[in-house]
Write a protein that binds this ligand. Structure first.
Ligand SMILES: Cc1ncc(COP(=O)(O)O)c(C=O)c1O
Length: 375
């Protein structure tokens, strides 16, 4: 069976974890957490990077930093993972969903402005499949309406928009290092901060509302409870696992892009014949091969395709059920404008296996089987 996903493993993970254990340094903010933070700040040009327990938690931190409260509104696509919305509804905000563009499956930047009300506090672009949203337009809208931009870059680690790393463009960026992501620590994430003014508060929120980070840097002689916070820092053992992968990030990225390109070239004849649609990478976007998807004619064809692939030992999956159609989404959000593409396009999409370690043989076999299905 060809799995849909296999968590990345590069070789040094166990060595680094063993080091943490042997040094009896397994709690948060240890040497490996610091190495990961510094690596991302350097590689991505981020002002500040804080490793977190998940992307969900990094996003929750942004909601706290933004002071989101009951009655506020936050704009995002409906075609996203639940965490994008959860982080804000936990603070009492209403989620305002905007339709997606059919080419990238990202929020349609031309429909954002119509969704803004006097209650709007933030726009949350989700860089689906590691392909950037149209950030220049989004930043311009945010500036004109005095809104924060919080990038859900869960899938966007190592991807760029006009040369800038995803996650570093808006006020905040949120990464995921879940086992399904390009670089992993099992469960984990990171918060990227653009402006200095949020750094101290972010450190406090992440450390249970205390100034413990300052204490460890010798800036205060004891630490105390200074505001509301939570526990958003991962164990250094998890950071050790991640660091082994960050050291190999360019190699992992290259290997993933090769698989992506093989899919693209192999399936192009089917797209040219009008049988399927392939992902679109707009000018100015450097993607990270987080995902390879194809779009079938409709949901019936997609269901048949997934079954056919399964019969042939290939696991492919679909997602997301648009949030505005879910029980929580109906209660906690509203759709602005018309759902032209969100539901229709989500029902056509199938994700193919793509992970570090998928062999060329498997890659070609999957392409062959898709061609056979469409014969
Ligand atoms: C777009 C998006 N946002 C948020 C998340 C949540 O990430 P995590 O599992 O690290 O909390 C995911 C994870 O799948 C995601 O794909």
């Amino acid at each position: 069976m060809i799995n849909f996903n296999v968590p990345p493993f590069t070789g040094n993970e166990m060595k680094y974890i063993k080091e943490c254990v042997e040094n009896q340094k397994i709690c948060g903010d240890g040497a490996y957490t610091k190495k990961c933070n510094a690596w991302m700040e350097e590689k991505f040009g981020a002002k500040k990077c804080l490793l977190t327990t998940s992307c969900t938690h990094a996003t929750e931190m942004t909601a706290l930093l933004a002071g989101i409260k009951e009655g506020d509104e936050v704009i995002m696509p409906s075609y996203t993972f639940v965490s994008t919305a959860d982080a804000f509804v936990l603070r009492g905000a209403k989620v305002v969903f905007v339709d997606i563009r059919p080419d990238t499956m990202n929020i349609d930047e031309t429909k954002i402005e119509a969704a803004i009300t006097e209650k709007t506090k933030a726009i949350v672009p989700v860089h689906y499949a590691g392909v950037a949203c149209e950030m220049d337009t989004i930043l311009d809208i945010a500036k004109r309406h005095n809104l924060l931009v919080i990038e859900d870059a869960a899938q966007g680690v190592m991807a760029k928009y006009k040369g800038k790393a995803l996650g570093t463009i808006g006020d905040f960026g949120c990464y995921s290092f879940h086992e399904t992501k390009n670089y992993s620590m099992g469960e984990g994430g990171a918060l990227l901060i653009r402006d200095d003014k949020y750094i101290e508060d972010a450190e406090i929120i992440r450390e249970k509302g205390t100034d413990r980070s300052k204490f460890f840097r010798g800036q205060v002689d004891k630490y105390t409870w200074v505001s509301a916070g939570s526990s958003y820092l991962p164990s250094d053992m998890n950071a050790a696992y991640l660091y082994a992968q960050l050291e190999m990030a360019d190699e992992i990225n290259k290997a993933r892009l090769e698989i992506w390109d093989t899919y693209y070239k192999g399936l192009k004849p089917l797209a040219d014949a009008g049988k399927i649609e392939l992902p679109v990478i707009p000018e100015g976007c450097t993607h990270n091969a987080h995902m390879f998807y194809i779009k079938a004619k409709d949901i019936t064809e997609r269901t048949a395709l997934i079954s056919f692939l399964k019969e042939n030992e290939i696991l492919s999956v679909f997602h997301y059920i648009p949030l505005h159609t879910s029980p929580a989404g109906k209660k906690l959000g509203r759709f602005s404008g018309e759902d032209v593409y969100t539901t229709k396009e989500s029902e056509r999409l199938t994700r193919l296996p793509l992970y570090y370690g998928l062999t060329k043989e498997q890659n070609l076999y999957i392409i062959d089987k898709i061609k056979e299905f469409y014969k």
